[in-house]
Design a binder for this molecule. Structure first.
Ligand code: URA
Length: 212
């Protein structure tokens, strides 16, 4: 698994405003949207394209277009929804599937409580959206779910990562033979006792949508 921390002054600037506890929900949503679009540019570096013949007003030429099957964007409910518009702005022809994951508090295993995805993801490039890679349990389960359906290339886009989360992903997904990349705006210091990323930005779902 590769982790790409996008190093760009605009990303750092917007992330700082996003983290600020004085930032209200409307501004938080706008900043998250803008940040995701910047991350999407890096996250789609390996998106598959095929040759496309066109004619300009001056002459015929060959360019590229996105290959079929179309990429699939998968926001993880609920907070991943706040990243959807920013992602599809750069991939308007992508299809969108939804995954709801919940953690069983006894077994601590994440499982799926809702899904709206194609049954067969063979040959699909999937872009999973989840703002906070904290313990890594949810993202690991979501990635495995997509791989079990046949996805052969996965990029997770997150706003923040904790080192504990990327370490767990590395460990839990070590057996996968397909490329998995995490693209993020920052690798933070650690998780606290409550499982929050430090310094982090608090609860991303609450800050996006304003309710617990
Ligand atoms: N989920 C969040 O929303 N925030 C964190 O800090 C960790 C997990």
């Amino acid at each position: 698994m590769d982790t790409l921390v996008v190093d760009h002054p605009l990303v750092a600037h917007k992330l700082t405003a996003l983290r600020d506890e004085r930032t209200d929900s409307p501004k938080f949503r706008r900043l998250a949207d803008e940040l995701v679009t910047l991350l999407a540019y890096e996250a789609t570096r390996d998106v598959r394209v095929e040759p496309s013949d066109i004619t300009t007003p001056v002459s015929p030429t060959t360019g590229v277009r996105l290959s079929s099957p179309k990429p699939l964007v998968v926001p993880i409910l609920r907070a991943g929804l706040g990243m959807l518009d920013g992602m599809v702005r750069l991939l308007p022809t992508a299809e969108v599937g939804f995954l709801g994951m919940v953690r069983n508090e006894e077994t601590l295993q994440a499982s799926t409580y809702a899904e709206r995805l194609p049954d067969d993801l063979s040959g699909r490039q999937c872009y999973v959206l989840d703002p906070m890679l904290a313990t890594g349990g949810t993202l690991a389960a979501a990635i495995r779910f997509l791989v079990d359906r046949g996805a052969d290339h996965i990029t997770a886009v997150t706003l923040l990562c904790a080192p504990e989360g990327t370490a767990r992903l590395e460990q839990e997904l070590a057996d996968l033979s397909i490329p998995v990349t995490v693209v993020t705006a920052a690798m933070d210091e650690r998780l606290n006792e409550q499982g929050y990323i430090v310094p982090g930005l608090g609860d991303a779902g609450d800050r996006l949508y304003g309710v617990a």
